[in-house]
Design a protein around this ligand. Structure first.
Ligand code: SF4
Length: 299
C-alpha cells in the first residue's frame, strides 16, 4: 500500500493518502518490516543527524592534508570567509554556508575522519551541507530536518532501484547527481513544497547532472569530488527556487532516471571510477598519481 519504486507511484500514494513524502517513507518501512517501529526509526535518524553535524564541524575545523594530499583546509578557509564581514560571496548566506558545509563533510571523509555516506561517501557532502545550512539559517527544528532526510531517501531509493547511486556503476551523475536530486527534494519539502514540488525539484536537479563522469585523480575521492560536492550543493537551491517559482520539468522524473541509467550504461569504463580517463589522466593528475605510488591498471 505504501511501497513504491517510481516517482509516479510515490506521487500517487501521496495524493491518495494526503501524506508528505516523508510520511510515506516511514509507513513503507513499517509495512515492509514487521519489526520496525516508528520511534526506533526516528531515533536512528536522530543518531545519523548527529553524525552529520559532527562531520561538518570536524571538517570546518581541520587543517590537515588528505591522504592523497590534494585537499585539506578548504572548508576551514571558506569558513574564515563566511566569518569575515568584509568578504562578499555572490551567493546568499545560506547557499554559501551549504557550499562550505558540503566541502567540510567531504574533506572530513578524505582526511579519514568518521566516514559519512549520504547516499555514498563520494557524494556525502551535498545533503548534509544543505540541511545543516538551512537548519541554521531558517531555524528548522530537528523534526523537520529528519523529515527532510526521509524525503531525500525516497528519491535515492527510486534512483537506486531504477538506475544507480554509484560512480562505478553510472558515473558521477549517479553519485553526486543523485545526492543533488535528493537534496533538492528535501529542501523543497522543508520550505512547504508539495510532494509534486519535491519530485519536480529533484527532476530539475538530476536533469542538470546527466552525463557527469567519474574521474577521480589516483582513484582517490578528493579531486574533483570534494569541491564538486560544494558546487552541486548550490544547485540544490536553484532547483528548488525554480520549482517554487512554478517552473515544471518538461521531462518527468522517472524518464530522467531512465535517461540517467542509459547514459551510465553507455559511459566508457574510463569514466566510471577507474581513474583511466578525464581529470585523472590530465598531466597533473598523472603526476600526482605517480607521486603517490598508485598504479592505475589499464592505462
Ligand atoms: S568523481 Fe567519482 S569518486 Fe568523485 S564524487 Fe563523483 S562519482 Fe564519486
Amino acid at each position: 500500500m505504501y511501497d513504491f519504486n517510481t516517482g509516479e507511484k510515490l506521487l500517487e500514494i501521496c495524493t491518495q493518502s494526503n501524506f508528505t513524502i516523508a510520511e510515506v517513507v516511514i509507513r513503507r518501512e513499517l509495512q515492509l518490516n514487521e519489526n520496525a517501529r516508528r520511534e526506533a526509526i526516528m531515533a536512528e535518524l536522530t543518531n545519523r543527524l548527529e553524525v552529520i553535524r559532527s562531520g561538518v564541524i570536524e571538517g570546518l575545523n581541520r587543517k590537515d592534508k588528505s591522504v592523497g594530499l590534494m585537499v585539506g583546509g578548504l572548508a576551514n578557509k571558506l569558513k574564515a570567509r563566511l566569518d569575515n564581514p568584509d568578504f562578499a560571496f555572490f551567493h546568499s548566506k545560506v547557499v554559501a554556508k551549504a557550499m562550505t558545509y558540503a566541502i567540510a563533510t567531504n574533506e572530513n571523509n578524505a582526511c579519514m575522519g568518521r566516514i559519512l555516506a549520504f547516499p555514498t561517501a563520494g557524494a556525502a557532502g551535498v545533503i548534509p551541507g544543505i540541511l545543516c545550512a538551512v537548519a541554521e539559517e531558517f531555524n528548522y527544528d530537528d523534526d523537520a530536518i529528519l523529515d527532510a532526510m526521509l524525503c531525500a531517501s525516497a528519491i535515492g531509493l527510486i534512483i537506486a532501484e531504477n538506475a544507480s547511486l554509484s560512480g562505478a556503476g553510472g558515473g558521477c551523475q549517479a553519485e553526486v547527481g543523485s545526492a543533488t536530486a535528493m537534496g533538492a527534494a528535501a529542501v523543497t519539502q522543508l520550505r512547504g513544497g508539495t510532494p509534486t514540488d519535491c519530485i519536480n525539484a529533484a527532476t530539475l536537479a538530476l536533469k542538470n547532472t546527466l552525463g557527469l563522469v567519474c574521474d577521480p585523480i589516483g582513484g582517490m575521492v578528493e579531486v574533483p569530488c570534494v569541491k564538486r560536492n560544494g558546487m552541486f550543493a548550490t544547485m540544490v537551491f536553484s532547483a528548488s527556487d525554480l520549482t517554487m517559482a512554478g517552473l515544471v520539468s518538461f521531462v518527468p522524473f522517472d524518464q530522467v532516471v531512465d535517461a540517467m541509467k542509459r547514459i551510465g550504461d553507455m559511459m566508457p569504463d574510463a569514466h566510471k571510477e577507474t581513474a583511466m580517463g578525464g581529470l585523472a589522466q590530465t598531466k597533473i593528475g598523472r603526476e600526482q598519481t605517480k607521486k603517490l605510488g598508485i598504479k592505475i591498471t589499464g592505462v
